[in-house]
Design a protein. Sequence first.
Length: 307
Amino acid sequence: MMSVLVTGACGFIGSYLIPALLERGYEVVATDITNEPGWIADLEAVRYYRADLGRDADVYKLMGAVRPEKVIHLASLLAAPCENDPGLGYRVNFGSTLALLDGCRTFGANRFVMTSSISGFGKNLPEPVFEDEIKNPLTIYGQTKLACEHLMEWYQRVYSLSSGAVRFPWVFGPGRTTGITAEYSSKLLDAIASGEKLVISTPEEKGDWLYIKDAVKALLMLIELKEQPRIAYNIMSGLYTVREAMTIARSLFPDAEIEIGEGTEVTSPYPTSFDDSKAREEIGWKPDYSIEEAMKEHVEIIRKKIN
């Protein structure tokens, strides 16, 4: 049985990734900073370790104890905390990646995969943005993610540590509660499911809507590769403004009480349209869900939980 360590395991993506790994027969070891792993504690097949990945000692102790064959690195400090405390942002995002990569080298892991970000590109770029476009990130979060990509490339070139990263756009789905895009993606569908009235003030905000199960699919594809032609791939699904998504949602759920309120200025620190043809051509990436299918499933899942 192949062993895989998942960091940031208690987060949104981890809550979908870990069950998918178990279904594929992986031995899963989960880690996060909390002492209360919640739903993970109910999974007898998963070993949980509490660790602060911002501390090198915690990372090396963890890697030495677990000695995983593969690592999926989801843990990171999100955009707003990084802007508020750049030192902490670099220590957690870049520092944890460095320690984990070195732990892979030291303790014999053969594959390292992590979630990078489209925020690593910066802004004012020709769209759609390709993987190899010149990058000049405007945020600390984007800087840390880009630095991690360079670090992965170095460990692969110098130590032959097979590495890969995915650059996700707006990831939405049941259970997403944090992050700026949750305000007008997951929470929109949560409101429809619960019958609540919702007023959207960012109708012209535009992004690529990637359903959580498709995001997990991309991570599974990467972790099962022995190598890949490039370090990082854009992973996309469908480009919509919030207004367009609301129109689709209304067509699927005519009774939904969603309205457009007083608009606010679009202030996204990165482009909106990205090309993922390299992922499609080189690793066979293709989303399984249309936005309509994803919306229907999201609402159905939330309604079942409510009832």
